[in-house]
Design a binder for this molecule. Structure first.
Ligand code: MIC
Ligand code: SF4
Length: 646
């Protein structure tokens, strides 16, 4: 039987298990990436493992999230990351070199390789045909130490692209159309493989926009074949030798196929406050706009900024609009600077921002109260922009620029101008001098730790009985931004006791205080949630900080993949209701008991929850492999690894 590309790559990297969807498998990881906001914890954990040098083919540590440096904390983190990288065999991409996913695609991504990144948008690498997966920092640390990555063997969905995109419709509109169909819920355990004649009409950066936002679908990863366009891209990056062809066999099978005719697509936007809340731009036309932001790992490539510059040429941004542009990498910035496109953007009234995540993660450029902000990034969760009342719409660079010019949401097809044709350059500007290679004298490198950098807290073995309180009850689609806010709180990423003060800050500002009080009184904290708990980011702080506050279990209708894995890694039980209706029984503040945990987890049987306040007993389920149950019983991954090493 013919194989699809995902199966081919998984096959070549399989170290444990069988490729049967739904079962746990382990794969070898060729490359890793980290960014600074998740990286400090990842490297502290790597150091704790005592491995002198990374065992991967390539590991890169990027600084792109926390670059505002309003205080010493970020700069301290940067120095720690630089020194730890030099000592342990990791490349270090300095602040200013660009957003991890954009730079990795340009300079390091290789077809057919596996990449594990401590950031949920790592699948951007699928644009170049690599199997790129987002995970928590601890999983990445394990991979750097040479350990395999465990995942549920996915179901492979083929998205069959036919035709060619019409003028003014671009890659973002493709993924927004897919989000309209698949939504952000219920896609756990799936991967997407793109195929069909339409693939050849898309360049690598366009493909990367599409695989990037696969993260919003909740799929494990998405990937494109590696073809002549991939070769041309790698050649223009001076890396043709990194190219290998990867295509599905003609008789390859898939668990599901979805057909998309590129020619039939129209400009779309995701309305507040979810990436799957889709409308056509025409339906929204006329809405007054306050802010437009172009950038982020989704849409900040050379192609994207050239479109923006061509649309702005000789025109002016609307007086009521604040228009910011953050090129995705130093390569992109240097190229638009040298060919005059940057000057067009400046002349039109664009605010040029650093090549970092910035506005996307709410680090700067917070919009005004009640603002309408049109952004080219991938997430528009409430409050993520750092302004709770702002209404963020996600759009293509074309639709974003149309709004910047007119001051209202405008279908770019209605601008009455010709669609600019942007060809792929034969050569990209290449200068890797801001990627520092690891030291060849590691013994002489002294790791620098500023006062903000503390050791990760230690997990305690799971108690046999959880006896405590529902400290918070939340609804469906709770994102890691709800659990562990970023924005102005980002700078505390390396200081768990401090960062833990902000857990669920926007939902219940007293959560942290109540939880700590319970913990000191020996009362366990339990979180109750609806469907898709833990959507979004890979930030393991959404598990470490609750662990620090004494949370022992999260009971939800369903979980998202990366967050569930992070909970397990930090010894918090992810449990599900056996009947959704039971969610209505357990109320915030209720006292409860879950007994016989060790025996149940050892044998893999269901758990029983006694709600003492409601006087009701309910059955709780879990979907955990034997290995995951052992990790939980040990009190988390670090304890488990130490236990195994004995
Ligand atoms: C995000 O886009 O939410 C982030 C910030 O890049 C996160 C990682 C983090 O929280 O540090 C992600 O997507 O994983
Ligand atoms: Fe950075 Fe935004 Fe991409 Fe996350 S989604 S990596 S914050 S640009």
């Amino acid at each position: 039987m013919g194989k699809n590309i995902i199966t081919k790559i998984l096959d070549a990297h399989l170290v444990e298990g069988k490729l049967e969807p739904g079962t746990e498998i382990a794969i070898r990881i060729d490359q890793t990436l980290t960014q600074d906001a998740t990286g400090t914890m990842a490297y502290l954990q790597f150091e704790a493992m005592g491995v002198p040098r990374v065992k991967t083919e390539l590991s890169v540590s990027y600084v792109d999230h926390n670059t505002l440096q309003d205080g010493y904390e970020n700069a301290d983190d940067h120095r720690y990351l630089q020194t730890v990288a030099a000592k342990h065999g990791i490349h270090y991409s300095k602040a200013g070199n660009g957003i991890c996913h954009q730079v990795h695609l340009e300079r390091f991504g290789r077809p057919g390789r596996t990449l594990l990144g401590s950031d949920s948008h790592t699948p951007t690498g699928g644009g170049v045909g690599m199997l790129a997966i987002g995970a928590g920092g601890l999983d990445v640390a394990v991979a750097m130490g040479g350990g395999p990555f465990y995942l549920t063997c996915p179901k492979v969905v083929k998205i069959n692209l036919t035709g060619k995109l019409p003028p003014w419709v671009s890659a973002k509109d493709v993924i927004l159309a897919i989000l309209e169909v698949l939504t952000t819920k219920g896609n756990v355990g799936m991967v997407i493989e793109y195929g069909g004649d339409g693939v050849g009409t898309l360049s690598v950066p366009e493909r990367a926009t599409i695989t990037n936002m696969g993260a919003e679908l909740g799929v494990t990863t998405s990937l494109f074949p590696s073809d002549d366009n991939t070769r041309a891209f790698l050649k223009a990056q001076g890396r043709e030798d990194h190219w290998t062809a990867f295509a599905a066999d003609p008789d390859a099978t898939y668990d599901r196929t979805i057909d998309i005719d590129l020619a039939g697509l129209v400009p779309r936007m995701a309305k507040p406050h979810s990436p799957d809340n889709i409308a056509t731009v025409r339906e929204l036309a006329g809405t007054k706009v306050d802010q437009v932001m172009v950038g982020s790992c989704t849409n900040s490539s050379y192609r994207d900024l050239m479109i923006v510059a061509a649309m702005l040429k000789g025109k002016r941004v609307h007086p009521d609009v604040s228009f910011g542009v953050a090129p995705g990498s130093r390569q992109v910035l240097a190229m638009i600077a040298s060919n005059g496109a940057l000057a067009e953007i400046i002349a039109a009234g664009g605010r040029i921002l650093e090549s970092t995540c910035g506005f996307c993660i709410g680090a700067g450029q917070a919009p005004r109260t009640d603002a309408v902000s049109i952004r080219t990034n991938n997430r528009n969760f409430e409050g993520r922009s750092s302004t709770k009342s702002a209404k963020v719409f996600l759009a293509s660079p074309e639709s974003a620029t149309a709004a910047a010019l007119t001051g209202v949401i405008t279908d770019p097809r209605d601008l009455g101008s010709n669609y600019p044709v942007i060809g792929m350059p034969d050569w990209f500007w290449i200068d890797d001098s801001m990627v520092l290679p690891p030291s060849d004298r590691p013994d002489s490198v002294v790791i620098t730790r500023g006062p903000n950098i503390g050791d990760p807290p230690k997990g305690e073995p799971l108690p046999d009985m959880i006896k405590g309180r529902i400290t918070i009850k939340v609804g469906d689609k709770i994102t890691t931004d709800h659990i562990m806010p970023a924005g102005s709180r980002l700078k505390y990423r390396s200081n768990i006791p401090k960062y833990a003060e902000f857990v669920f800050e926007g939902t219940d500002p007293l959560f942290s205080k109540k939880s700590l009080e319970n913990k000191l009184a020996g009362v366990h904290n339990i979180v109750v949630a609806g469907t898709s708990y833990g959507q979004g980011s890979s930030r393991e702080h959404a598990a470490i900080c609750p662990m620090f506050l004494g949370v022992k279990a999260v009971i939800a209708k369903s979980f998202e993949r990366i967050h569930a894995a992070n909970l397990i890694n930090f010894g918090i039980l992810p449990l599900t209701f056996s009947r959704d209706a039971d969610y209505d029984i357990v109320e915030a503040g209720n006292e409860l008991e879950i007994a016989g945990i060790v025996a149940a987890l050892t044998s893999g049987t269901d758990l029983s929850l006694m709600d003492i306040t409601a006087r009701k007993q309910i059955v709780l389920k879990y979907s955990l492999s034997g290995r995951q149950r052992e990790i939980l019983l040990a009190g988390g991954m670090l304890n488990y690894t130490k236990m195994k090493a004995k």
